[in-house]
Ligand binder design. Structure first.
Ligand SMILES: NC(=O)c1ccc[n+]([C@@H]2O[C@H](COP(=O)([O-])OP(=O)(O)OC[C@H]3O[C@@H](n4cnc5c(N)ncnc54)[C@H](OP(=O)(O)O)[C@@H]3O)[C@@H](O)[C@H]2O)c1
Length: 334
């Protein structure tokens, strides 16, 4: 079993040094007991420039070369959604622990395959739902689970911004897993499922871009116990980026931008509003990095806080929503 320390830090490798990989690389030193050891790109020049910028010891122009480097303790997959399954399976089948960018994959079948291989090879796999590990969000889950707002009957969250239509961008190209739901709707949907669990029924509607990817998606989740939740995502307009959880004795209100908030309010009728504030979230990825290392230190193959079962449930729910929107991905429409 590993035990990462300052003298024997967790050596991270990154696959796909694009936009989000930069944020991840900057977070590694913030996590403590971690270093960026290597980076791999299909373009050797890009890998080299990234390695130099973030101080990686080495770089590769093939993902397979990074994956088979015995010095690497964990791999962060930062390629577009359409490649997550392929790259994660490459890692897992060689017993390399994986932190995979959200969404875990294009559909439920791919996530199931990833989980199966993680279990078969007894190798760690986690979806990089970084919001889950922020101190304010952890506290909200603690408060809600403790019954401090009574029985939860409502969850709502939105995530939207304006992205000019570009058929070739990963936001709109179905071959790259385009669409608002998988890219940003996954955040409010995560919140709904984290609080209320898997829905019993779903009503979804949206608008599609000329490529067939969802520009906007409103998913309403119905629960037999009486609760209702909604997750809205869009690439058409800027939304308020707020979220709330309503219960029979109070409400939790998360201000903008809720998915990286360090603060929230607890409102209960007849009482003064209580404001909870935690350390400012600058990068924010360091919390999920720490969680991966905590799990590796314990010899776990999944995080109890962002489990395989949760990613399966999230991908299944997104599949049901996409069915109603009429969005399917080439070669991955189940
Ligand atoms: N957690 C967050 O806050 C957050 C924010 C943004 C994005 N993300 C997630 O991170 C992932 C990557 O997003 P990004 O915006 O960073 O992507 P990106 O910059 O467009 O691409 C990242 C890397 O993926 C590879 N790639 C890009 N387009 C490709 C194509 N058409 N064919 C094959 N490989 C391609 C390239 O790797 P090579 O250098 O090897 O060619 C590129 O460097 C997505 O799944 C997204 O959902 C997460």
């Amino acid at each position: 079993m590993k035990k990462f320390t300052a003298t024997r830090p967790c050596r991270w490798g990154i696959i796909g040094p694009g936009k989000i990989a930069q944020k991840f690389a900057a977070a590694i030193p913030l996590a403590g007991n971690a270093v960026l050891y290597a980076v791999a790109s299909s373009d050797g020049g890009r890998a080299r420039a990234f390695a130099e910028k973030y101080g990686a010891a080495t770089y590769y122009d093939r993902y397979e070369a990074l994956i088979s480097d015995p010095e690497i303790d964990a791999v962060y997959i930062a390629t577009p959604h359409a490649f997550h399954a392929r790259h994660a399976l490459l890692c897992l089948s060689q017993n390399k622990p994986v932190l995979c960018e959200k969404p875990m994959a294009l559909n439920h079948a791919q996530v199931k395959q990833m989980v199966d291989v993680s279990r078969l090879h007894h190798t760690f796999l986690m979806e990089a739902m970084w919001t889950r590990f922020l101190p304010a969000i952890e506290k909200i889950l603690e408060i809600v689970n403790a019954g401090s707002i009574g029985t939860v009957g409502h969850v709502r969250g939105d995530f939207g911004f304006y992205a000019p239509f570009d058929p070739d961008s990963r936001l709109f190209d179905l071959k790259l897993g385009g669409g608002s739901l998988l890219d940003i709707g996954v955040y409010p949907l995560w919140l709904c499922l984290a609080v209320l669990g898997k829905p019993d029924e779903i009503t979804a509607s949206g608008t599609l871009a000329p490529t067939g990817a969802d520009e906007s998606c409103l998913a309403v989740l119905h629960y037999k116990k009486g609760a209702i939740a909604s997750a809205f995502s869009t690439l058409n307009v800027y939304t308020s980026l707020t979220a709330e959880v309503g219960g029979t004795t109070g409400t939790v209100v998360i201000p903008s931008p809720w998915y990286k908030s360090n603060t929230f309010s607890l409102r209960r009728p007849g009482e003064e509003e209580q404001r909870f504030t935690f350390e400012a979230v600058d990068n924010g990825f360091e919390y999920q990095i720490r969680e991966v290392m905590r799990c590796l230190n314990l010899g776990l193959i999944e995080s109890p806080l962002m489990s395989h079962a949760f990613s399966l449930s999230l991908s299944e729910t997104m599949g049901l929503i996409r069915q109603q929107l009429g969005v399917s991905y080439p070669g991955a429409d189940s």
